[in-house]
Design a protein around this ligand. Structure first.
Ligand SMILES: Cc1ncc(COP(=O)(O)O)c(C=O)c1O
Length: 396
């Protein structure tokens, strides 16, 4: 490539209704454009304290160790595993989609032993299977599972799974990347020991930050480790030298200043709306989309009681070119929806209604655009029914 031809990159304006990132709220983009200050500047440190308090609100926790890791959700996942799991430990990993598989990878790379509890992709984690695995493995130290499986659009019963883990005296690591801000997540009430999330889903911030929270029990575990955390960057005992609330701040790494302004703004927006209202909005828009999808004659891949409101897995009708539809939506309507992953590749579309993008305007736009593209591609759908079905009962 001749670098003389390269000009500023100007991204098109898309509507992001895939599995994330979601549309970023303009207030967040505005916040990120504010002047950069030093990462030890007192005004910035004050903002960091607010950020921790806002994250506690979002996670519904009083955990002191609640911070954003300076890297995407995958780093949040790794932070939980490398800090809480040591060589030789046994970890029960529940897998019902792509991200449970990544948990397994994390456990193996630490030199610990994963015990897999497998459920079909598209189904929630079965609490009975977890119970049986814990009975068969009384020496297990940690139970890990994904609350909101973005790869399939499935929500597992985090409260029930944590209760079982606790009864067997195990710590819990919960992937809340897609649930935080979008559907009920109650870290303290459910007894979650470590949870991680991502900035780019239901918080509608830009990608690249991973909020994590560790319970007092998990912090005790950190303090009594036999070995050093294998990752220098993610070792929370070092990271807390910078994020800790003891008044002393020492350099660990240069914090991503402007993205942190963005996350702060995202959480202020969440607080203004109220967590409960945000959960209800996600549920309401999911139901509007569902009415439209079903009126078109399309079906959901996940049974109703296990569906995530923020990520809708829709079956691709027989004979329809799955990728072709997504390409047309992007080129003709600037609309991004997601494809299936792994065994669901080519079989489902994943329609996100996350954060700022979870609104009735997007529901109507997406249904209208899909109807138009599917109609042109001669797909077997009912024409003209989706938008009015979605509107029925919709209240904004
Ligand atoms: C459930 C889940 N866990 C982990 C991740 C990884 O997050 P990131 O892509 O920000 O690294 C994702 C991203 O989509 C996810 O959906």
């Amino acid at each position: 490539m001749d670098t003389n031809d390269i000009k500023s990159f100007v991204a098109p304006v898309r509507t992001l209704m895939g599995p994330g990132p979601s549309d970023v709220h303009p207030r967040i983009l505005g916040a990120m454009a504010r002047p950069t200050v030093g990462h030890l500047d007192p005004v910035f440190i004050r903002m960091m304290e607010e950020l921790k308090a806002l994250l506690q609100y979002a996670f519904q926790t009083r955990n002191e160790l609640t911070i954003p890791v300076s890297a995407p959700g995958s780093a949040g996942m790794e932070t939980c595993f490398v800090n809480l799991v040591e060589l030789g430990d046994k970890v029960i990993v529940c897998q019902n989609g792509v991200f449970g598989g990544r948990m397994r990878e994390n456990v193996e790379r630490i030199g610990a032993t994963p015990v897999m509890v497998e459920d079909e992709w598209g189904r929630a984690v079965d609490p009975n299977k977890l119970e049986a695995a814990l009975e068969a493995n009384p020496d297990a130290k940690v139970v890990a599972f994904v609350h909101a499986e973005t790869s399939t659009g499935v929500e597992s019963d985090a409260k029930a799974l944590c209760e079982i883990a606790r009864r067997h005296d195990c710590l819990t690591i919960v992937d809340a990347v897609t649930s935080l801000g979008g559907s009920p997540l109650k870290v303290d009430e459910w007894g979650i020991d470590a949870a991680y999330s991502g900035s780019q889903k239901c918080l509608s911030c830009t990608p690249g930050l991973s909020p994590v929270t560790f319970s007092a029990r998990a912090v005790e575990e950190l303090k009594s480790r036999r070995t050093k955390v294998q990752s220098w960057f993610l070792d929370l005992s070092l990271v807390m030298g910078y994020w800790g609330g003891d008044g002393k701040r020492s350099y660990h790494h240069t914090a991503p200043i402007n993205p942190l302004y963005g996350l702060h703004e995202a959480l202020v927006i969440l607080k203004e709306e109220g967590l409960q209202n945000a959960w209800e909005r996600h549920a309401r828009n999911h139901h509007a989309l569902r009415r439209g999808i079903e009126a078109m004659g399309l079906t959901f891949a996940v049974r109703e009681q296990e569906r995530l409101p923020q990520l809708n897995a829709v079956n691709v009708p027989e004979g329809v070119d799955e990728a072709g539809v997504r390409r047309r939506l992007l080129s003709d309507f600037d609309l991004e929806i997601g494809a299936g992953l792994g065994s669901l590749t080519g079989r489902i579309w994943r329609i996100g209604l996350m954060g700022h993008a979870s609104n009735i305007k997007n529901v109507m736009f997406c249904l209208g655009a899909m109807e138009s593209v599917l109609g042109e591609m001669k797909a077997p759908i009912n024409q003209g029914a989706a938008v009015s079905a979605a509107a029925r009962g919709a209240d904004g």
